[in-house]
Design a protein around this ligand. Structure first.
Ligand code: SF4
Length: 343
Protein backbone atom coordinates (compact mmCIF):
# COMPACT_ATOMS: atom_id res chain seq x y z
CA UNK A 1 0.00 0.00 0.00
CA UNK A 2 1.22 3.48 -0.71
CA UNK A 3 1.23 6.41 1.70
CA UNK A 4 -2.30 7.61 0.95
CA UNK A 5 -3.88 4.16 1.04
CA UNK A 6 -2.29 3.40 4.40
CA UNK A 7 -3.46 6.67 5.84
CA UNK A 8 -7.03 6.22 4.63
CA UNK A 9 -7.26 2.60 5.80
CA UNK A 10 -6.06 3.70 9.23
CA UNK A 11 -8.56 6.58 9.25
CA UNK A 12 -11.49 4.31 8.43
CA UNK A 13 -10.55 2.02 11.30
CA UNK A 14 -9.61 4.53 14.00
CA UNK A 15 -11.41 7.79 13.33
CA UNK A 16 -13.32 9.26 16.24
CA UNK A 17 -17.07 9.70 16.19
CA UNK A 18 -17.97 13.34 15.73
CA UNK A 19 -21.49 14.62 15.04
CA UNK A 20 -20.38 16.60 11.97
CA UNK A 21 -18.84 13.48 10.47
CA UNK A 22 -22.34 12.06 9.93
CA UNK A 23 -23.47 14.81 7.60
CA UNK A 24 -22.75 16.21 4.16
CA UNK A 25 -24.47 19.47 4.96
CA UNK A 26 -21.90 22.19 4.17
CA UNK A 27 -23.51 24.54 6.69
CA UNK A 28 -23.04 22.00 9.50
CA UNK A 29 -19.45 21.38 8.39
CA UNK A 30 -18.84 25.12 8.25
CA UNK A 31 -20.13 25.58 11.83
CA UNK A 32 -17.98 22.69 13.07
CA UNK A 33 -14.84 23.98 11.36
CA UNK A 34 -15.28 27.46 12.82
CA UNK A 35 -15.83 26.03 16.31
CA UNK A 36 -12.79 23.78 15.93
CA UNK A 37 -10.49 26.74 15.25
CA UNK A 38 -8.43 27.06 18.45
CA UNK A 39 -10.66 24.57 20.31
CA UNK A 40 -10.40 20.83 21.05
CA UNK A 41 -12.90 18.36 19.58
CA UNK A 42 -14.20 17.19 22.99
CA UNK A 43 -14.93 20.76 24.03
CA UNK A 44 -16.65 21.56 20.75
CA UNK A 45 -19.09 18.60 20.59
CA UNK A 46 -21.63 19.77 23.22
CA UNK A 47 -21.50 23.35 21.90
CA UNK A 48 -21.98 22.15 18.35
CA UNK A 49 -24.99 20.01 19.27
CA UNK A 50 -26.63 22.84 21.17
CA UNK A 51 -25.86 25.36 18.43
CA UNK A 52 -27.20 23.15 15.64
CA UNK A 53 -30.29 22.38 17.73
CA UNK A 54 -31.10 26.08 17.91
CA UNK A 55 -29.73 27.16 14.49
CA UNK A 56 -30.22 24.13 12.21
CA UNK A 57 -30.05 26.12 8.96
CA UNK A 58 -28.23 29.11 7.52
CA UNK A 59 -31.49 31.04 7.58
CA UNK A 60 -32.19 30.32 11.24
CA UNK A 61 -28.73 31.62 12.14
CA UNK A 62 -28.96 34.63 9.84
CA UNK A 63 -32.28 35.73 11.32
CA UNK A 64 -31.24 35.38 14.97
CA UNK A 65 -29.94 38.41 16.88
CA UNK A 66 -26.16 38.40 17.43
CA UNK A 67 -26.67 38.55 21.20
CA UNK A 68 -28.43 35.21 21.07
CA UNK A 69 -25.66 33.69 18.95
CA UNK A 70 -23.15 34.88 21.55
CA UNK A 71 -25.21 33.18 24.21
CA UNK A 72 -24.80 29.84 22.42
CA UNK A 73 -21.07 30.53 22.00
CA UNK A 74 -20.48 31.48 25.59
CA UNK A 75 -17.55 29.52 27.02
CA UNK A 76 -16.01 28.67 23.65
CA UNK A 77 -14.04 31.93 23.60
CA UNK A 78 -12.66 33.81 20.61
CA UNK A 79 -16.04 35.46 20.05
CA UNK A 80 -14.92 37.03 16.80
CA UNK A 81 -15.62 33.57 15.31
CA UNK A 82 -19.28 33.73 16.34
CA UNK A 83 -19.59 37.24 14.97
CA UNK A 84 -18.10 36.22 11.60
CA UNK A 85 -20.24 33.10 11.43
CA UNK A 86 -23.32 35.22 11.99
CA UNK A 87 -22.20 37.77 9.36
CA UNK A 88 -21.39 34.92 6.98
CA UNK A 89 -24.83 33.35 7.50
CA UNK A 90 -26.49 36.65 6.63
CA UNK A 91 -24.38 36.85 3.48
CA UNK A 92 -25.18 33.27 2.43
CA UNK A 93 -28.85 33.81 3.22
CA UNK A 94 -29.11 37.02 1.22
CA UNK A 95 -26.82 36.20 -1.71
CA UNK A 96 -27.29 32.45 -2.16
CA UNK A 97 -30.80 31.88 -0.80
CA UNK A 98 -29.49 30.21 2.36
CA UNK A 99 -27.58 27.51 0.43
CA UNK A 100 -23.88 27.36 1.26
CA UNK A 101 -22.00 27.76 -2.06
CA UNK A 102 -19.59 25.16 -3.43
CA UNK A 103 -17.53 27.67 -5.38
CA UNK A 104 -14.03 28.56 -4.17
CA UNK A 105 -14.23 32.26 -5.04
CA UNK A 106 -17.63 32.66 -3.38
CA UNK A 107 -16.60 30.83 -0.22
CA UNK A 108 -13.39 32.89 0.07
CA UNK A 109 -15.52 36.00 0.50
CA UNK A 110 -17.44 34.63 3.51
CA UNK A 111 -16.17 36.31 6.71
CA UNK A 112 -14.03 34.16 8.99
CA UNK A 113 -13.04 31.62 6.31
CA UNK A 114 -9.27 31.52 5.84
CA UNK A 115 -7.27 29.10 3.66
CA UNK A 116 -7.45 26.19 6.12
CA UNK A 117 -11.20 26.42 6.70
CA UNK A 118 -11.80 26.96 2.98
CA UNK A 119 -9.93 23.73 2.16
CA UNK A 120 -11.60 21.80 4.98
CA UNK A 121 -15.18 22.78 4.08
CA UNK A 122 -14.84 22.41 0.33
CA UNK A 123 -12.95 19.12 0.45
CA UNK A 124 -15.25 17.55 3.05
CA UNK A 125 -18.62 18.84 1.87
CA UNK A 126 -18.04 19.21 -1.89
CA UNK A 127 -15.15 16.79 -2.55
CA UNK A 128 -13.12 19.62 -4.13
CA UNK A 129 -9.39 18.83 -4.04
CA UNK A 130 -7.97 21.59 -1.86
CA UNK A 131 -5.40 21.38 0.92
CA UNK A 132 -6.43 22.09 4.54
CA UNK A 133 -3.15 22.84 6.25
CA UNK A 134 -2.97 23.84 9.90
CA UNK A 135 -0.27 23.44 12.54
CA UNK A 136 -1.09 19.73 12.97
CA UNK A 137 -0.73 18.96 9.30
CA UNK A 138 2.50 20.94 9.04
CA UNK A 139 3.93 19.02 11.99
CA UNK A 140 3.15 15.64 10.44
CA UNK A 141 4.47 16.50 7.01
CA UNK A 142 7.60 18.18 8.38
CA UNK A 143 8.41 15.00 10.30
CA UNK A 144 7.54 12.62 7.51
CA UNK A 145 9.37 14.43 4.74
CA UNK A 146 12.01 16.29 6.77
CA UNK A 147 10.71 19.69 5.71
CA UNK A 148 12.80 22.19 7.63
CA UNK A 149 11.12 25.42 6.64
CA UNK A 150 9.97 27.50 9.62
CA UNK A 151 6.23 26.88 10.10
CA UNK A 152 5.73 30.16 11.93
CA UNK A 153 6.44 32.04 8.68
CA UNK A 154 3.12 32.42 6.84
CA UNK A 155 4.51 32.14 3.33
CA UNK A 156 5.96 28.70 4.12
CA UNK A 157 2.45 27.27 4.38
CA UNK A 158 2.50 27.00 0.58
CA UNK A 159 5.27 24.36 0.75
CA UNK A 160 3.03 22.20 2.94
CA UNK A 161 -0.04 22.83 0.81
CA UNK A 162 1.88 21.69 -2.27
CA UNK A 163 2.93 18.53 -0.44
CA UNK A 164 -0.69 17.78 0.51
CA UNK A 165 -1.75 18.21 -3.11
CA UNK A 166 1.01 15.87 -4.22
CA UNK A 167 -0.28 13.15 -1.89
CA UNK A 168 -4.00 13.78 -2.33
CA UNK A 169 -6.09 11.01 -3.91
CA UNK A 170 -8.85 11.67 -6.42
CA UNK A 171 -11.47 12.11 -3.72
CA UNK A 172 -10.08 14.50 -1.10
CA UNK A 173 -12.99 14.14 1.32
CA UNK A 174 -11.38 11.70 3.75
CA UNK A 175 -7.77 12.61 3.04
CA UNK A 176 -7.68 16.01 4.76
CA UNK A 177 -9.64 14.56 7.68
CA UNK A 178 -7.25 11.62 7.93
CA UNK A 179 -4.22 13.92 8.14
CA UNK A 180 -5.90 16.00 10.84
CA UNK A 181 -6.85 12.88 12.77
CA UNK A 182 -3.33 11.49 12.57
CA UNK A 183 -2.01 14.76 13.99
CA UNK A 184 -4.54 14.70 16.83
CA UNK A 185 -4.25 11.02 17.80
CA UNK A 186 -0.85 9.70 16.75
CA UNK A 187 1.65 12.28 15.55
CA UNK A 188 1.13 14.54 18.57
CA UNK A 189 3.45 17.48 19.32
CA UNK A 190 5.55 16.11 22.19
CA UNK A 191 5.16 12.32 22.22
CA UNK A 192 4.31 10.94 18.77
CA UNK A 193 3.14 7.32 18.96
CA UNK A 194 5.29 6.10 16.09
CA UNK A 195 4.67 2.42 16.93
CA UNK A 196 0.95 2.98 16.18
CA UNK A 197 1.50 5.11 13.10
CA UNK A 198 0.24 3.74 9.77
CA UNK A 199 2.97 5.51 7.79
CA UNK A 200 5.91 4.96 10.13
CA UNK A 201 7.89 2.89 7.61
CA UNK A 202 7.64 5.80 5.17
CA UNK A 203 8.36 8.50 7.74
CA UNK A 204 11.86 9.87 7.23
CA UNK A 205 11.91 11.56 10.65
CA UNK A 206 11.06 8.28 12.36
CA UNK A 207 13.53 6.28 10.29
CA UNK A 208 16.49 8.54 11.05
CA UNK A 209 15.41 9.30 14.62
CA UNK A 210 14.98 13.03 14.08
CA UNK A 211 11.15 13.28 14.18
CA UNK A 212 11.11 15.34 17.37
CA UNK A 213 13.33 17.99 15.80
CA UNK A 214 10.43 18.81 13.49
CA UNK A 215 8.60 21.02 12.78
CA UNK A 216 10.99 23.96 12.83
CA UNK A 217 9.28 26.83 14.58
CA UNK A 218 10.75 30.06 15.93
CA UNK A 219 9.68 30.70 19.50
CA UNK A 220 6.97 33.23 20.16
CA UNK A 221 7.59 35.98 22.65
CA UNK A 222 5.69 35.21 25.85
CA UNK A 223 2.32 36.90 26.22
CA UNK A 224 2.72 40.19 28.03
CA UNK A 225 0.60 40.62 31.16
CA UNK A 226 -1.70 43.57 31.81
CA UNK A 227 -2.76 44.36 35.38
CA UNK A 228 -6.23 45.63 36.24
CA UNK A 229 -8.68 46.21 39.03
CA UNK A 230 -12.04 44.75 38.00
CA UNK A 231 -14.57 46.99 39.68
CA UNK A 232 -17.82 45.47 40.91
CA UNK A 233 -20.06 48.33 41.98
CA UNK A 234 -22.61 46.87 44.36
CA UNK A 235 -26.08 48.28 44.92
CA UNK A 236 -28.31 46.08 47.11
CA UNK A 237 -27.94 42.60 45.69
CA UNK A 238 -27.01 43.83 42.20
CA UNK A 239 -23.67 44.52 40.52
CA UNK A 240 -22.89 46.96 37.75
CA UNK A 241 -22.10 45.33 34.42
CA UNK A 242 -21.35 47.06 31.16
CA UNK A 243 -21.36 46.14 27.54
CA UNK A 244 -17.90 46.29 26.04
CA UNK A 245 -17.21 48.51 23.01
CA UNK A 246 -18.23 47.54 19.47
CA UNK A 247 -14.61 46.94 18.46
CA UNK A 248 -11.63 45.32 20.13
CA UNK A 249 -11.08 42.50 22.56
CA UNK A 250 -14.31 40.78 23.73
CA UNK A 251 -16.30 43.31 21.69
CA UNK A 252 -19.99 43.64 22.59
CA UNK A 253 -19.83 41.11 25.43
CA UNK A 254 -20.70 42.10 28.98
CA UNK A 255 -18.21 42.51 31.78
CA UNK A 256 -17.11 44.67 34.70
CA UNK A 257 -15.25 47.97 34.34
CA UNK A 258 -11.49 47.45 34.29
CA UNK A 259 -9.08 50.05 35.59
CA UNK A 260 -5.36 49.80 34.97
CA UNK A 261 -3.70 49.16 38.30
CA UNK A 262 -0.90 51.59 37.85
CA UNK A 263 -1.98 54.85 39.42
CA UNK A 264 -5.45 53.54 40.31
CA UNK A 265 -4.87 53.04 44.04
CA UNK A 266 -5.67 56.68 44.68
CA UNK A 267 -9.08 56.31 43.06
CA UNK A 268 -9.86 53.02 44.82
CA UNK A 269 -8.90 54.42 48.21
CA UNK A 270 -11.62 57.03 47.87
CA UNK A 271 -14.28 54.32 48.08
CA UNK A 272 -16.00 54.31 51.47
CA UNK A 273 -16.17 50.53 51.58
CA UNK A 274 -14.51 47.93 49.49
CA UNK A 275 -13.63 44.27 49.56
CA UNK A 276 -10.79 42.75 47.59
CA UNK A 277 -11.26 39.25 46.14
CA UNK A 278 -8.65 36.76 45.05
CA UNK A 279 -6.84 37.62 41.79
CA UNK A 280 -8.15 36.20 38.53
CA UNK A 281 -6.07 35.74 35.40
CA UNK A 282 -7.20 35.14 31.86
CA UNK A 283 -4.99 34.26 28.91
CA UNK A 284 -5.72 35.44 25.37
CA UNK A 285 -3.69 34.47 22.31
CA UNK A 286 -1.54 37.60 22.52
CA UNK A 287 -1.81 38.84 26.10
CA UNK A 288 -2.77 37.96 29.63
CA UNK A 289 -5.07 39.86 31.98
CA UNK A 290 -4.23 39.76 35.67
CA UNK A 291 -7.30 41.12 37.45
CA UNK A 292 -7.92 41.97 41.09
CA UNK A 293 -11.69 42.06 41.58
CA UNK A 294 -12.88 44.69 44.02
CA UNK A 295 -16.43 44.97 45.30
CA UNK A 296 -17.23 48.62 45.97
CA UNK A 297 -20.45 49.87 47.53
CA UNK A 298 -22.11 52.06 44.92
CA UNK A 299 -21.20 55.68 45.40
CA UNK A 300 -22.14 58.37 42.91
CA UNK A 301 -18.88 60.26 42.37
CA UNK A 302 -16.63 57.24 42.09
CA UNK A 303 -19.19 55.48 39.92
CA UNK A 304 -19.39 58.32 37.42
CA UNK A 305 -15.61 58.60 37.43
CA UNK A 306 -15.05 54.94 36.61
CA UNK A 307 -17.93 54.41 34.22
CA UNK A 308 -17.60 57.68 32.31
CA UNK A 309 -17.07 55.90 29.00
CA UNK A 310 -19.75 53.26 29.38
CA UNK A 311 -22.28 53.32 26.57
CA UNK A 312 -24.56 50.65 27.92
CA UNK A 313 -24.69 49.10 31.36
CA UNK A 314 -27.03 47.85 34.06
CA UNK A 315 -27.20 46.75 37.68
CA UNK A 316 -27.74 43.01 37.52
CA UNK A 317 -28.30 40.29 40.13
CA UNK A 318 -26.12 37.19 40.09
CA UNK A 319 -29.16 35.25 38.89
CA UNK A 320 -29.85 37.67 36.02
CA UNK A 321 -26.22 37.46 34.88
CA UNK A 322 -26.99 33.96 33.60
CA UNK A 323 -28.96 35.43 30.72
CA UNK A 324 -26.24 37.92 29.68
CA UNK A 325 -23.52 37.09 27.13
CA UNK A 326 -20.59 37.43 29.51
CA UNK A 327 -16.97 36.88 28.50
CA UNK A 328 -15.23 33.97 30.24
CA UNK A 329 -12.67 36.33 31.78
CA UNK A 330 -15.49 37.99 33.73
CA UNK A 331 -17.32 34.76 34.48
CA UNK A 332 -14.27 33.71 36.46
CA UNK A 333 -14.82 36.81 38.61
CA UNK A 334 -18.51 36.03 39.04
CA UNK A 335 -17.54 32.59 40.37
CA UNK A 336 -15.40 34.29 43.03
CA UNK A 337 -18.29 36.55 44.02
CA UNK A 338 -20.66 33.59 44.35
CA UNK A 339 -18.08 31.78 46.49
CA UNK A 340 -17.68 34.88 48.65
CA UNK A 341 -21.47 35.17 49.03
CA UNK A 342 -21.70 31.57 50.24
CA UNK A 343 -19.10 32.09 52.99
S1 SF4 B 1 6.16 7.77 12.40
FE1 SF4 B 1 6.03 9.03 14.20
S2 SF4 B 1 6.85 10.99 13.60
FE2 SF4 B 1 6.40 9.88 11.72
S3 SF4 B 1 4.37 10.54 11.18
FE3 SF4 B 1 4.15 8.69 12.37
S4 SF4 B 1 3.87 9.39 14.46
FE4 SF4 B 1 4.67 11.11 13.30
Amino acid sequence: MDYTERLLTWFDAYKREMPWRNTNDPYAIWVSEIMLQQTQVDTVIPYYNKFMGRFPTVHSLASAPLEEVYKYWEGLGYYRRAENLHKGAKMVDEQYGGVFPGDIEQVKKIPGIGPYTLGAILSIAFHIPLPAVDGNVMRILARQFLIDEDISITKNRKIFEDKVMELMPEDPNRFNQALMELGALVCTPKTPKCSECPVSTLCKGHINGSALQYPVKTKKIKNPSEFYYAILFKKGNTYWMEKRPEEGLLARLWGFPLVEKEGADNIINKACYYEVLQDVSHVFTHKKWEMTPIIIEWEKTLFSQLTANTELGAFVTLEEMKSYPIATAFKKIIKKVIKEDLK
